[in-house]
Structure formats: structure tokens, C-alpha cells
Design a protein around this ligand. Structure first.
Ligand SMILES: O=c1[nH]cnc2c1ncn2[C@@H]1O[C@H](CO)[C@@H](O)[C@H]1O
Ligand SMILES: [Zn+2]
Length: 363
């Protein structure tokens, strides 16, 4: 039977790809902009939480990753003081816990939050304080880790990689690079990735979103990425023949054989033009072929989405049931940058029993 939206909300969910600066509450942006004097965009009428939320969704709905990324000026712009960052981080975890997320890795680029004089360390500490407050307030119903992102068009990746390693026992579980993909291949940051490997640290790379197979190939075979951010363009290495048979190219076969996790973000891909609709999103085929697919939100504000919304959309488009949602969730938990014993405990003590109970309700 098809799970209802409310059942999807109550089902435990695992989120590996969510940008802190892509998930602010619109009212919080308005409050912080008033406090800090940040000039918000002209929303074409009265500025309210609703009209501002709509502005983000429409501006991000551009069919281009570069245009989509411009909207971040107005979220990063209000996240330049310790208290502002802590508030955003706290509310992020509150919203995820209310959405039924039990484990989340939240990413952001510390180098973008130093405009008014915070140090990189102070930025990471402010985020951690907000996370800790919300986790305690939730009664520890959610586990949260930070991923530190370096911007791929900048040249601070080594510094950010060192920052991530310095915080590895204080809430940071991994590293990432993000930003415009075309023209900025992952190999620009090879020194940072090689450093992270020597430190036995974990990292994911945004690849195969706005650019195709060469980006994915570099991320895996040159840089050694543990996971792929998006990775949707791996579909370019898969041929579906008229008789329904499927042929994998060497790279697609490698990704599937090595169980390399794909952090898929369906609604974000529709906004940036990487996919035409949910029904046509490569996630359907990739799941059928049993790639290590996970479901994520990317930017909850810009895409007006949540884990419940992403999963409900997949249920509607592909007819998935609770077992499929559990499969995505266990895939994600297996792929998390958390120690094995902690991942195992969340799967066996939290995820599996909750899905079994929900299946009892649906049946
Ligand atoms: O889907 C995406 N692809 C590439 N970069 C992104 C995406 N979403 C957000 N960011 C970039 O990551 C930064 C740190 O969180 C954001 O400021 C944004 O520029
Ligand atoms: Zn992203």
C-alpha cells in the first residue's frame, strides 16, 4: 500500500546532502537582515516570509546552476555573526527533527562567513553551538554532523580541509567542494583531497550535476571521493536498449560495483535543469539498477522542499512503498561519515524497528 505523506513524515529519514545556507526559514532571513543591515532583494510587493520564500523559489527555478547559486548572496549575507549563524544552525536541526530526520550531515562553506571579521574557527564553533542546542532540545532524537565545504572557484580548499580535520572530534565528519561546476574541475583541489586521504578523513564532491562524466571520473579516480554530490550525470554512461536491456559503461559499472553512494537531490536537479521532472529523474533507473542511491534535499529554502516532500514526490512518481523508502534510508545510513558501530546501531535500533512498525500500520 502507498504510504501517506504523514507516514512518510513519521518514518525515520537520513539526510547526507543539505546546505546550511540553503535551508533558512524566510522569517529568519527577514529578522537577521533587519538586525545586520543586509539589503534583501525586491520581492515585487510587500516583504513577508511568504513573499520572500516565493522569491527564493522563483529565482532559483532558473534552469541554470549559476543563476541558482546567485540566490545564496541573501542567505550567506545574513550569516556573518556568531549569534546569526547559531540561530540558523539551531533552526535547521529543529526543522529536520520535526520532519522525521534521525541523522543529518549539514554542509556549508566557512570561508563565506568571514566578511565581518569572524575567524574560520569561530564560524565552525557557532554552527556547532546551534546544532548542540537543537539536538538537546529534541531529546537526542536526531544525530547531526557538519561537513565543511570549500568553494571550487576559490583557492582555500587546503585551509578548509585542515579546518575540518582539526574539528573531527568536535562535530565535523567530512569535507566537500561546491559551487559552479563547469570550468572548475575537482582536480584543482587535488592537494586538499590527498591531504584528507593521508589523514584518514572522509569527503564527498559535488560532481555530475551541471557537468558530466569527466567531472565524476575526476572526483572518483583522481581525487578519491567517498561519495558523489548529485552524480546524476552518471546516466550518460548507461544505455537502455529498445529491448529493455541495459548496458553500463566502464565508469558507471565502477560506481555501481564499488557501491559509491550517490547523493541524489531530485527537486534541486529540476530547478537547475539537470532533470526535467521527478518522473523522468534518473533516480528511477538508478534505483532499479541498484546503484547506492540516497535521497536528499540539497537546499530546502530554494527548492521549497523537505525530506518528506522529496520522498512523497518519489512515492507519487514511481509508486514506491515503505520498503523502498527504507532501502534509501539504509543506503544513506550505510554511506554516512559516522563510525561503523554508530551507523550500525542507528540502522538496527532506530530505522528498522520504525519501518517495521509503520508497515504494520499500512498493511
Ligand atoms: O547544488 C549545488 N551545487 C553546487 N553548489 C551548491 C549547490 N547548492 C549549494 N551550493 C553552494 O554551496 C555553498 C555552501 O553551502 C552555497 O553557498 C552554494 O554556493
Ligand atoms: Zn549541494
Amino acid at each position: 500500500m502507498t504510504p501517506t505523506r504523514e507516514q512518510v513524515r513519521r518514518a525515520p529519514k537520513v539526510l547526507l546532502h543539505d546546505h546550511l545556507d540553503g535551508g533558512l526559514r524566510p522569517q529568519t532571513i527577514i529578522d537577521l537582515a533587519a538586525d545586520n543591515g543586509h539589503q534583501l532583494p525586491d520581492v515585487g510587493g510587500e516583504l513577508t516570509a511568504e513573499s520572500l520564500g516565493r522569491w527564493f523559489a522563483e529565482a532559483a527555478d532558473s534552469g541554470s546552476l549559476e543563476r541558482y547559486l546567485e540566490t545564496f548572496d541573501h542567505t550567506v549575507g545574513v550569516m556573518q555573526t556568531g549569534p546569526a549563524i547559531t540561530r540558523v544552525a539551531r533552526e535547521c536541526v529543529e526543522d529536520l527533527a520535526a520532519d522525521g530526520v534521525v541523522y543529518a550531515e549539514i554542509r556549508y562553506a566557512p570561508e563565506q562567513h568571514v566578511e565581518t571579521g569572524l575567524t574560520l574557527d569561530e564560524v565552525v564553533a557557532a554552527v556547532q553551538e546551534g546544532f548542540d542546542q537543537a539536538v538537546v532540545a529534541s531529546g537526542n532524537r536526531i544525530v547531526v554532523r557538519q561537513l565543511l565545504t570549500a568553494m571550487r572557484h576559490q583557492a582555500r580548499s587546503m585551509e578548509i580541509a585542515e579546518l575540518a580535520v582539526a574539528w573531527r572530534d568536535r562535530g565535523v565528519a567530512g569535507f566537500d567542494i561546491a559551487g559552479a561546476e563547469a570550468g572548475y574541475p575537482p582536480t584543482r583541489h587535488l592537494d586538499a583531497f590527498e591531504y584528507l586521504q593521508r589523514e584518514n578523513f572522509h569527503f564527498t564532491i559535488h560532481a555530475g550535476e551541471a557537468f558530466g562524466l569527466p567531472s565524476i571520473w575526476q572526483a572518483i579516480q583522481w581525487c578519491g571521493a567517498d561519495r558523489l554530490g548529485h552524480g546524476v550525470r552518471i546516466i550518460d554512461d548507461i544505455t537502455v536498449h529498445d529491448d529493455g536491456s541495459v548496458e553500463l559503461g566502464l565508469l558507471a559499472a565502477y560506481v555501481r560495483d564499488k557501491r559509491i553512494p550517490l547523493e541524489m537531490c531530485p527537486w534541486s536537479n529540476i530547478q537547475t535543469g539537470a532533470a526535467a521532472s521527478i518522473a523522468e529523474h534518473p533516480i528511477g533507473l538508478l534505483k532499479r539498477l541498484r546503484f547506492r542511491v540516497t535521497v536528499n534535499t540539497d537546499n530546502r529554502l530554494m527548492s521549497q522542499t523537505s525530506m518528506t516532500h522529496e520522498m512523497t514526490s518519489l512515492v507519487e512518481a514511481f509508486g514506491y512503498g515503505l520498503s523502498d523508502l527504507e532501502w534509501f534510508t539504509i543506503n544513506a545510513m550505510k554511506s554516512a561519515f559516522l563510525p561503523f558501530d554508530e551507523r550500525f546501531a542507528l540502522i538496527s535500533d532506530v530505522i528498522k524497528p520504525a519501518y517495521a512498525a509503520l508497515r504494520g500500520e499500512v498493511a
